[in-house]
Design a protein around this ligand. Sequence first.
Ligand code: ASP
Length: 439
Amino acid sequence: MRKVVKFGGSSLASAEQFKKVGDIIRSDKERRFVVPSAPGKRFDGDIKVTDMLYGCYAKAEAGEDFSSDLAAIRARYQEIIDGLSLTLSLDGEFECIAENFRNLAGTDYAASRGEYLNGIIMSHYLGYEFIDAAEVIVFHEDGSFDADTTNEKLSARLSQCKNAVIPGFYGADLDGTVKTFSRGGSDVTGSLVAKAIHADLYENWTDVSGFLITDPHIIKNPKVINTITYVELRELAYMGATVLHEEAIFPVRQEGIPINIRNTNRPEDPGTLIVENTCRKPRYTITGIAGKKGFAAINIEKDMMNSEIGFCRRILSVFEENGISIEHMPSGIDTMSVFVHQSEFEEKEQKVLAGIHRAVDPDSVYLESDLALVAVVGRGMKSQRGTAGRIFSALAHANVNVKMIDQGSSEMNIIIGVSNQDFETAIKAIYDIFVTVQL
Ligand code: ASP
């Protein structure tokens, strides 16, 4: 078995965290390729090294003195080196970084140093080879990612080594100019490494014991999802649940490599396994609940709308012309509603209304704002009778008025529209009926 292990910033924020990571890696010989992030927050209110680097470089760009900012960054690394009792000096590296900052090497270059330096420390600590991501992760000149060249370079390079540390988050174009993925992009690097070596598993170590059934700000200590499919994850992530960088899924999914989300602070927890497909039954009927506030609905009524060919298309083109994306579109015989993000809609509201009047000459158009959408997602809901019934009776008991219902044809998600103020109550009611009382 070959495993790629990626560690997030909180897992590498201090020497103490590094030691936990070292123990995890050494406890399993299959953990051969390590992708570190930059040091994250050590405590509430602390600053991530990546953010310190952005701040420091902004000063360099403004022609201000950035030496004390760079010294503070250096102190973060020195604390880790000392805490691990390593005989490693980053003097030369910091001289080079200061020089490159003075020469305005670019914001991406600046941010990438967080992972680069952490990678050097990690490789010394583990005795693994260090591979600079700038040599193997390739970007086009315009900053977009070059998947094919990366895969060729990475697989060629990694086939020659037994163990290696490859820093996350950055790469370079063919001229050597450093470029980064978007924030949180070390997840993407881990996924690319896993694809390149045809790993059996991509372990993504963080500070939670997996993907939670719902938002812990709404439900205290929600249960962890044991196994989730990529499709379910996508549905939940789209509705605001986050655990992985969105672009990290594609490379491993293409290769059928599962991702295991694990907790560095609780390595005994099995975490969440993300897979393409599974016949493992989910623990509960539902896999997860996610949602977002801040939607508006445009409700259009017109007598005999159903027999007017092209009606929907004309409505939709009004939104398209105004550059507004549509979330949901429940319809009745003579009514149609369009759900959009309120913030996107508000500024163009009058133009859209005028456009609808011109396009379809409706009997009435009325607007509703401050709506929330709740997505109940689960492969276990398919062909399971009564799921929708249970959801809606739970909502009725909780006194939540349902404004919209949309069930995808895959029977894997049910989207419910409620008012913003009922959002938390709705999620609690659904969680309780499926998880707390284990129906
Ligand atoms: N260090 C980068 C960030 O803070 C990338 C990462 O952690 O994945 O966004």
